[in-house]
Design a protein around this ligand. Structure first.
Ligand SMILES: Nc1ncnc2c1ncn2[C@@H]1O[C@H](COP(=O)(O)OP(=O)(O)OP(=O)(O)O)[C@@H](O)[C@H]1O
Length: 283
């Protein structure tokens, strides 16, 4: 859906490039997670892909045509939900939705979506009276009003309680099941585990890793056994590599001589992989 080749971008007032020659693809029908430390260039990349920033070097193709050949019609295909919800606070949710609907040729039945995100009963309330979580959910509805082909989501569940976060994640998965493509940035690795087909890691403007979460776990992960034990009334946590546990004297020593509180087996989490990948420079 998007092909990005050697993309570089420098903000006009800066001395150095923020995006330094990145190449990747967002495939049709996938949820692509774009991850990286704060300031790595995720939002900048997102803004380049939705034509909010111009004057880049390299190539961006949308549906196999250069992105800069698309005019306003491009936005008919795109849904955007950035982290900071932008609404007219003196208008009701319904009025906000009606206002934004005017920009699009095709729109969806927003009442159904408002019901799904639990805002239908409050649709005639002024958005200024909405809680943070309600505004975030309304932001998602707004991103969907034109029945987009691609959704750009920036931290979509940040600030939502677990129930509402799950509702939103299920709606994102429904969107994908209907053939939609999603470009998602988030710091919540649980969301990545539950949603993303592939993830790309960006650090200091360079892509340092792209793969499926499963392959990343195979590459960076190892099965571990974590033991929690009591020593002089203090709780201590140690982790052992599961593959060598049979011959690990330190493990047996612990079992024989310490008061064991818990033993858990598990695999490396995406959170640990994030820390590892973004700490080391791979290329
Ligand atoms: N308008 C701007 N003018 C100049 N520099 C900018 C501008 N916007 C962002 N930057 C710089 O570009 C770099 C990348 O910022 P960007 O917002 O893309 O990071 P990010 O990965 O999205 O971070 P976060 O996870 O904190 O949202 C940062 O060093 C930032 O200071």
């Amino acid at each position: 859906m998007f092909k990005i080749k050697d993309l570089s971008y420098r903000y006009p007032k800066n001395q150095t490039d923020t995006i330094k020659g990145i190449s990747f693809e967002v495939k049709q029908g996938e949820i692509f997670g774009f991850l990286g430390p704060s300031g790595a260039g995720k939002s900048t990349t997102q803004k380049l892909l939705i034509k909010l920033l111009e004057g880049y070097e390299g190539e961006i193709y949308y549906l196999d045509k250069p992105l800069n050949t698309f005019k306003e019609s491009f936005y008919q295909d795109v849904g955007v939900s950035f982290e900071m919800p932008i609404h007219f606070s003196k208008l009701t949710a319904s009025e906000n939705i009606e206002f934004f609907k005017r920009f699009y040729k095709k729109t969806i039945d927003t009442d159904k979506l408002l019901k799904q995100v639990g805002l239908y009963e409050d649709k005639d309330k002024k958005v200024g009276e909405y809680s943070k979580g309600m505004k975030i959910r309304l932001n998602f509805v707004r991103a969907m009003i034109n029945d987009p082909k691609i959704l750009f989501l920036d931290e979509p569940t940040n600030g939502l309680d677990p129930t509402n976060a799950k509702i939103l994640k299920d709606l994102i998965l429904d969107f994908k099941a209907r053939g939609g493509t999603v470009f998602l940035t988030t710091h919540i690795m649980n969301d990545v585990e539950q949603l993303c087909d592939r993830v790309g890691f960006i650090k200091e403007g360079r892509i340092i890793e792209i793969d499926t979460p499963k392959n990343l776990k195979l590459k960076y992960g190892k099965k571990v056994i974590t033991v929690e034990y009591k020593d002089d009334n203090q709780l201590t946590l140690v982790t052992f590599d599961q593959s060598t546990i049979k011959t690990n004297e330190a493990f047996f020593d612990l079992m024989k001589h310490k008061e064991i509180v818990t033993i858990h087996s598990g695999e490396t989490t995406l959170e640990e992989i994030f820390i590892k990948v973004t700490k080391e420079r791979i290329v």
